[in-house]
Design a protein around this ligand. Structure first.
Ligand SMILES: Cc1ncc(COP(=O)(O)O)c(C=O)c1O
Length: 378
């Protein structure tokens, strides 16, 4: 025994790509304005939710709950869906949407299996696929409408495919998947007998068009796993409250993985939800987010950039001259405003000249960013 080398690290850990936050945070200084990562500045966490959490702590909610989540919390979250959802067998509380995605992929994917993902993508999809030993199969969505080519989608499926991930409203483009797009994806899921994992964590922020949820497709009821989260909708990303909805047979399987990985989530925080159910749907939050979208898109457009106005969510992509990384560096040097290089959201960023802007910030932060960009114009 020499003891001169480090213990071996499993490939499932080294295969995980570095998260977006880690690659961007180094840039920030005290005067910088971070529009790169989606850390919520807006909305404010609802005061009643905070009060309820404190009350639950004082009331003695300190011990393990049912690993699938407390029944009152599951009941409150199940009621959020337009289709009937049984909180006993179809709804599970998880450690953020991140955990829901990861345990779903761990449940369906064996090493070497393929998962269809739309590109550009939310980077954590790749982490969850890597952890399961899976291989992503990318299907491009393209501006300005961010639709996909049905032939490219069909070509991405084969007998190694074990899941497809849809994200609507989509990070980073803000695209809201249409009924026709869901139908095309759903047909392939049926043909290849794979689950549809639909990440709908931004469902409360749809500004143009109509939110279509994967849960609305009766023909997919036996294979649809829908992911939700309160991180961005209620600006409680640190509470780590997410959930998934799935038919009973899939729920049973995914809950086994969830129980093995986490043993459940924080009891007082889930119960706080159950005690403030009326606060869950607040249309004002969406209205102000739309205003922040319009202001930030306007500010970047006035720099002469082509911005792809997002139909929903908290982000948009803009076309920039040169590479996204160089543009982001120059913008930061001149204004202190940090945006994310678009390259981060593509497996193959060749020919991609984009930046991503997150606008779920306080109105004051967006106003200050707009003022700094206006200074750049002059
Ligand atoms: C598309 C998408 N899905 C899931 C998540 C995960 O959120 P959380 O784990 O905080 O619920 C995020 C967070 O940014 C996201 O953008």
């Amino acid at each position: 025994m020499t003891g001169d080398s480090n213990p071996r690290i499993a490939s499932r850990a080294t295969a995980i790509p570095y998260g977006l936050g880690k690659s961007l945070r180094a840039t920030a200084g005290p005067d910088s304005i971070d529009l790169a990562i989606g850390l919520p500045g807006y909305p404010e966490p609802p005061a009643r939710l905070i009060d309820a959490a404190v009350e639950r702590l004082r009331a003695g909610d300190h011990q393990y709950e049912e690993t699938c989540g407390s029944l009152p919390a599951r009941t409150a979250l199940a009621a959020e869906f337009a289709v009937p959802t049984d909180p006993g067998t179809e709804l599970t509380v998880t450690n953020g949407g991140t955990e829901a995605l990861t345990v779903a992929l761990l449940t369906f994917v064996e090493p070497g299996d393929e998962v269809v993902v739309f590109e550009p993508f939310y980077t954590n999809f790749l982490s969850a696929i890597a952890l399961a030993g899976g291989v992503p199969r990318f299907v491009r969505i393209r501006p300005p409408g961010w639709g996909f080519d049905p032939a490219e989608l069909a070509a991405a499926f084969n007998d190694k495919t074990r899941a497809v991930i849809v994200n609507t409203p989509h990070n980073p483009t803000g695209h809201v998947f249409t009924r026709e797009e869901f139908t095309a994806v759903g047909k392939l899921c049926l043909r290849w007998n794979v689950p549809l994992i639909s990440d709908e964590v931004y469902t409360r922020y749809v500004f143009d068009g109509t939110m279509v949820s994967a849960t609305e497709f009766a023909e997919l009821a036996d294979r649809c796993v829908t992911i939700g989260s309160l991180s961005k909708s209620h600006a409680i990303s640190g509470w780590r409250l997410g959930y998934f909805r799935a038919p009973e047979a899939l729920t049973t399987a995914i809950r086994r993985v969830h129980e093995a990985v986490t043993g459940g989530t924080a009891t007082p925080l889930q119960n706080a939800l159950a005690h403030t159910a009326a606060d869950l749907a607040d249309p004002d939050r969406g209205r102000l987010m739309r205003k922040l979208r319009d202001e930030s898109v306007g500010a970047f457009e006035s720099l002469g950039l082509t911005c792809f106005t997002p139909a929903g969510g908290c982000y948009f992509l803009a076309e920039v001259p040169g590479s996204g990384r160089e543009y982001a560096d120059r913008l930061f040097a001149r204004t202190g405003v940090i945006v994310a290089p678009g390259e981060l959201f593509y497996d193959d960023p060749t020919g991609v000249s984009q930046i991503r802007v997150a606008y779920n910030k306080t109105p004051a932060t967006i106003a200050e960013a707009c003022a700094r960009l206006a200074g750049l114009r002059g």
